[in-house]
Write a protein that binds this ligand. Structure first.
Ligand code: UDX
Length: 443
């Protein structure tokens, strides 16, 4: 019989990890303080869209390998491994809001104090937390009178939304942070949780593990801002960034990934983690100049998008209708957190434009995020969004937008300007259909 795992927090990371540990054959108890969410999960319904998750949830619930509860003691009762997966949102000024995380730790400690179980127990940070947190957690559990020996492990996640299940089951690497060399031996039961996954397993110090997470996201964000800067220069000197990126990507030292120019990165991780690392460096009296520029470039790309739309409308945007295709921060997700699309919509509204928008998955989340703003209509499909529009802006490169019937759209739209924020549309096809096409760094 395999061990039981407790997962604290059923957001993107927690729920995906819980379901995937069930896939690996473990019994998993997922806990959340949100009783509505837990009720929904008990009924077998995922609270967000993630490919493959719904099917797996249904299956492992039926097999009783996966259970959900709001009772922390019930979640911890038979669990030897406790994964902390609660949200660590950004704070104003770039820091990390650890309120939910700290509250989860207090709950876990109090529940463990009441437990009469013996033996080692592992408390694992999957939430992205500032460097130094695991060491602080160790202090928090020291001398707390528990009957069990507590091992603190840092085990950051690298799950991409839209591919989270695949990323969990086929990881590039598994990072395991431990306190010191002596603990490297003790961590073996934890390492064996991942035994069936073929991936390099790095056992490193806590701080190093925590930094690997931040450095990885910051590096990827740097690649994006770098290619966006190249795109901006390409526009001025007549080069094509798509071909430049292709030409660069063949060099294995550079790699072809994350070189897509456009309106920049968004989502729940990159913006937050890049700012947090910059903030962390500053708090240690170090000025991380490169990251400051990465953040600035990313913000500027959204401004460039608005400027391109205004230019396409010959400077007159007030009262004009803009069709926005895509609201999620990227395709294959319904997540709109820090979505460049929403930031651009807000900027356009401020300038007096009217918006007709559509997203295949993110309509509900976008409706909530845009509530209270006048001038936005969320439409039933992409064609409806383009009806009467003077310009069309592609914000998220969903596959279905590449297969649109442009002849039909030409009839529906009032104007003929298409601004492609992701360089994802077929410029030649659009121009053949009478549109003027504007991309980012492409000619
Ligand atoms: C990211 C990391 O990839 C993942 O490892 C980490 O655990 C969480 O953060 P995610 O937020 O799901 O995952 O999105 P990702 O696919 O990495 O894309 C982030 C943003 O960058 C998106 O807004 C995307 O549109 C943008 N992007 C990505 C680009 O603008 N250009 C690119 O070339 C790649």
């Amino acid at each position: 019989m395999k061990d039981t795992i407790a997962v604290i927090g059923t957001g993107y990371v927690g729920l995906t990890s819980g379901v995937c540990f069930a896939k690996l054959g473990f019994c998993v108890v997922c806990h959340d303080i949100d009783s509505k969410k837990i009720a929904m999960l008990i009924k077998g319904k995922t609270p967000f869209y993630e490919p493959g998750l719904q099917e797996a949830l249904t299956r492992y619930l039926q097999q009783k390998q996966l259970t959900f509860t709001t009772h922390i003691e019930r979640a911890l009762k038979d669990s030897r491994f406790i994964f902390i997966c609660v949200g660590t949102p950004p704070r104003k000024g770039g820091g990390v809001d650890l309120r939910a995380y700290n509250a989860a730790l207090v709950c876990v400690k109090n529940a463990l104090k009441k437990s009469i179980a013996h033996g080692d127990i592992f408390i694992i940070n999957k939430s992205t937390v500032p460097v130094g947190t695991a060491s602080r957690v160790q202090d928090f559990f020291r001398n707390s009178g528990l009957l069990r020996t507590v091992h603190i492990v840092s085990n950051p996640e690298f799950l991409r939304e839209g591919r989270a299940v695949t990323d969990f089951m086929e990881p590039d690497r598994i990072v395991i942070g431990v306190g010191n060399t002596a603990q490297k031996k003790n961590v073996q039961p934890f390492v064996s949780l991942y035994q069936s996954l073929r991936a390099p397993k790095l056992v490193v110090g806590w701080e190093t593990a925590e930094m690997i997470k931040y450095a990885s996201n910051a590096f990827l964000a740097t690649k994006i801002s770098f290619i966006n800067e190249i795109a901006n220069v390409c526009e001025r000197v007549g080069a094509d960034v798509e071909e430049v990126a292709r030409g660069m990507g063949y060099d294995p030292r550079i790699g072809a990934g994350f070189l897509r120019a456009g309106i920049g990165y968004g989502g729940s991780c990159f913006p937050k983690d890049v700012r947090a690392l910059h903030h962390m460096a500053r708090s240690s009296a170090y000025s991380f100049k490169l990251l400051k520029a990465v953040i600035e470039v990313n913000n500027d790309q959204q401004k460039h998008a608005v400027e391109k739309i205004i230019r396409a409308l010959h400077g007159a945007i007030r009262g004009k209708t803009i069709a926005i295709l895509g609201l999620a921060f990227k395709p294959q997700t319904d997540d709109v957190r820090e979505s460049a699309s929403l930031a651009i919509i807000k900027a356009l509204l401020k300038k007096g434009a009217r918006i007709r928008a559509y997203d295949p998955q993110a309509q509900d989340n976008a409706r909530a995020a845009l509530s209270g703003l006048r001038g936005v209509t969320l439409c039933a499909d992409a064609y409806e969004a383009t009806r009467g529009a003077h310009a069309l802006f592609l914000a998220t490169e969903w596959k279905e937008f590449q297969d649109l019937d442009w002849e039909k759209i030409k009839v529906l739209m009032k104007g003929n300007a298409v601004i492609d924020g992701r360089n994802a549309l077929n410029a030649k096809l659009l121009e053949r259909n009478g549109f003027t096409y504007v991309g980012f760094g492409v000619h």
